[in-house]
Design a protein around this ligand. Structure first.
Ligand code: NDP
Length: 249
């Protein structure tokens, strides 16, 4: 078996897969052999581009409009994938929003929005996926380097939301381990995406906070996700992985 065939016959769902880290992950999992569904909210065209990329790799692709902030949509997202593809093997909880700013500037609406997408949506998508996952099932959640080290002011809400996912991941590992299902969390450092462009006003400071002195590429996070989603990672669960250029070092 070549590395290209490690996920043959598997089905993966990547939330927020229309752009950035999610899109890179969807394409990487397809390259590993998986059929891949992606969710989006506004980026229909972009999601359809990712599906075309998945199909160009010889796999089935599916773009689903599913807002992680909506409890009905995030709570049924896995069912929709199974209805189309007949199974689900891998859930990548990637969709997330970043609202940064001084404590006093963050409104109740900001708090609700960030927790709805970054925390409740992840919980509900995981709960939606769990009954469908069999032996070898995988849940990989995208956290943040801000759970390891908050390098300056403005990160209260975002760091709080992402830190909740570490507890969820460890608890999922305990709950699902006996069924041969793993749950892990990946903490990216600054990664060049629409959310955090490498030419943005705060980019030089962020680069300086890493050990390697640069932004990461979405593909560098995707390769860690692909490993954790693979059969090779069967004995890896409840664990945190930094892909952050040494931001936490
Ligand atoms: P982007 O903003 O570039 O892309 C976000 C993706 O998530 C898009 O596909 C977007 O879809 C989708 N999305 C946003 N809100 C929702 C929602 N409510 N429901 C469903 N999908 C949604 O983000 P990144 O690729 O940079 O980030 C991906 C993950 O990585 C996030 O969880 C983020 O917090 C985390 N992260 C990113 C870092 C970085 O430096 N980039 C660093 C650390 C963590 P649409 O196109 O429809 O808007």
């Amino acid at each position: 078996m070549t590395s290209q065939e490690t996920m043959n016959g598997k089905v993966a769902l990547v939330t927020g897969g229309s752009r950035g880290i999610g899109a890179a992950t969807a394409l990487r999992l397809a390259r590993e052999g998986a059929d891949v569904a992606v969710t989006y909210v506004n980026g229909k065209e972009a999601a359809e581009d990712v599906v075309r990329g998945v199909e160009a790799l010889g796999r089935r692709g599916l773009a689903l409009r599913a807002d992680s902030a909506d409890p009905v949509e995030s709570g049924s997202v896995a069912d929709r994938v199974v209805a189309e593809f007949g199974r689900l093997d891998v859930l990548v909880n990637n969709a997330g929003v970043g609202v940064l700013g001084p404590l006093e500037s963050l409104s109740l609406e900001d708090v609700d929005r960030v927790l709805d997408v970054n925390v409740r949506g992840v919980f509900l998508a995981s709960r939606s996926a769990a009954p469908h996952l069999g032996d070898g099932g995988r849940i990989v959640t995208i956290g943040s380097c801000m759970t390891q080290r908050v390098p300056g002011p403005g990160g209260t809400l975002y760091a709080m939301s992402k830190s909740a996912l570490t507890g969820l991941t460890k608890a999922l590992a305990r709950e699902l381990g006996a069924r041969g299902i793993t749950a892990n969390i990946v903490h990216p450092g600054p990664v060049d995406t629409d959310m955090n462009p490498a030419d943005g006003p705060y980019a030089p400071d962020q680069s300086a906070m890493t050990a390697v002195g640069r932004f990461g590429a979405a593909e560098e996070v995707a390769s860690m996700v692909a490993y954790l989603a693979s059969g090779e990672a069967a004995y890896v669960t409840g664990a945190e992985f930094s892909v952050d250029g040494g931001h936490a070092a």
